[in-house]
Design a protein around this ligand. Structure first.
Ligand SMILES: [Zn+2]
Length: 57
């Protein structure tokens, strides 16, 4: 099975140098829609849960 990498998308959407959690979530959310070279990190999913929990009272 070949991993599909959307090089054009990657070149126009570089990951920020020192990304915050929010920036990483945003990047990966866009990334999964355009490219399948790597999965959404499990750690980041946990961080998303923490963030949504923090928002809801
Ligand atoms: Zn990719």
């Amino acid at each position: 099975m070949k991993m599909t990498i959307n090089e054009v998308w990657h070149k126009s959407h570089p990951m920020p140098k020192n990304p915050s959690i929010e920036q990483r979530i945003e990047w990966y959310t866009k990334h999964v829609k355009h490219c399948q070279c790597r999965p959404f990190p499990e750690k980041l999913k946990e961080e998303m849960k923490k963030l949504s929990r923090a928002k809801t009272p």
